[in-house]
Ligand binder design. Structure first.
Ligand code: NDP
Length: 298
């Protein structure tokens, strides 16, 4: 068997086109653009590149981007004051604080300060609680993007066995909640799970969100399963190379020989994350401005 590749890059581009169309009609209805604010504290070069890319895509979709780059030494009070200011700003529909924050800052307190109506990362207790309760709300971008890819490939997920490897607040837990809401039978595996290969082998859907390069082997995968590889890991550089290769948490070559469909790394889940961030900001904008948006439109 040779698995079909799930093209997240293409799906994300299609989603961004739709977002741009809805952003234009939003602007007509609301008399202003939808706005997304991104807050970055510190000097991490990768985070700066990531934030610049978010800002560029936000503007390309016809939304306003507000970037706040703060010095590494910024204190808790100043960061909380900025979040308060963004919460109160009627031009800002979504607030994303780039994580992780420098060690001296209380990340949880900052996240909890974000107005749940502007919580485009879906990480506030209100958002996580609403997801668990099955109420509408803002859902973390990476799991929601992964779910979109799964539904596009499989249609109804009802009754399927799904295994999510990883139980982080950012990926594993919300992913499991989303799959449960689709009526999958969900198992959440983690570092203490016994016989992980056997657990994975039961699954029609495997979502790997671990952070361990190529950990999930082809022999663990049920023939015909659909595999979503969330992991992004950089291998040590080969001799003479400046940078190592990017790989996921799944042994891609092996998985391709067993699964029905697999997301590649890069080009699978990764591009979905920013596209869903823009989608969340636009959904929040509609709610915040009282402009109607049909359920499931985005
Ligand atoms: P975390 O480190 O927060 O969580 C990793 C999870 O994997 C934990 O629940 C941990 O279990 C589990 N785990 C660790 N080792 C094992 C093991 N040997 N067997 C089974 N489970 C194990 O990571 P994130 O959830 O934030 O991210 C996971 C991966 O996804 C990373 O590679 C990250 O780079 C990537 N990522 C990609 C994104 C994208 O846009 N594509 C966005 C976000 C993340 P325990 O809880 O027991 O410690």
């Amino acid at each position: 068997m040779t698995a079909e590749l799930i093209d997240g890059k293409l799906f994300a581009a299609t989603l961004r086109t739709k977002i741009a169309e809805f952003a234009a009609t939003f602007e007509q209805s609301a008399g202003r653009k939808a706005g997304l604010a991104v807050v970055l504290v510190g000097d991490d070069p990768a985070s700066h590149v990531y934030v610049a890319s978010k800002a560029k895509q936000t503007v390309a979709c016809g939304m306003s981007s507000f970037e706040h780059r703060l010095a590494e030494g910024t204190d808790q009070e100043a960061l909380m004051a900025l979040v308060d200011q963004l919460n109160a700003d009627p031009m800002v529909d979504g607030i994303l604080v780039q994580l992780p924050l420098p060690k001296h800052l209380d990340e949880q307190a900052v996240v909890e300060r974000i107005d749940p109506n502007k919580d485009v990362d879906g990480l506030t207790p209100t958002s996580t609680g609403r997801l668990a309760l099955g109420l509408p709300g803002l859902v973390p971008c990476t799991p929601l993007g992964s779910l979109m890819l799964l539904k596009d490939r499989l249609g109804s997920l009802s009754g399927l066995d799904a295994v999510v490897i990883g139980r982080s607040i950012l990926v594993g837990k919300p992913m499991a909640q989303l799959l449960l809401a689709e009526s999958c039978t969900v198992t959440i595996a983690h570092s203490r799970t016994r016989d992980l290969p056997d657990v994975v082998k039961r699954a029609d859907i495997v979502v790997a969100a671990v952070g361990r390069p190529e950990m999930v082997k082809g022999s663990w995968i049920k023939p015909g399963a659909v595999v979503i590889d969330v992991g992004i890991n950089r291998l040590p550089p080969a001799e003479g190379a400046a940078k190592g290769r990017l790989v996921g948490d799944v042994d891609f070559a092996e998985a391709c020989g067993v699964a029905a469909a697999v997301t590649p790394v890069p080009g699978g889940v990764g591009p979905m994350t920013i596209a869903v961030l823009l989608r969340n900001a636009l959904v929040a904008a509609h709610r915040n401005a009282g402009v109607a948006l049909a359920d499931g439109a985005l």
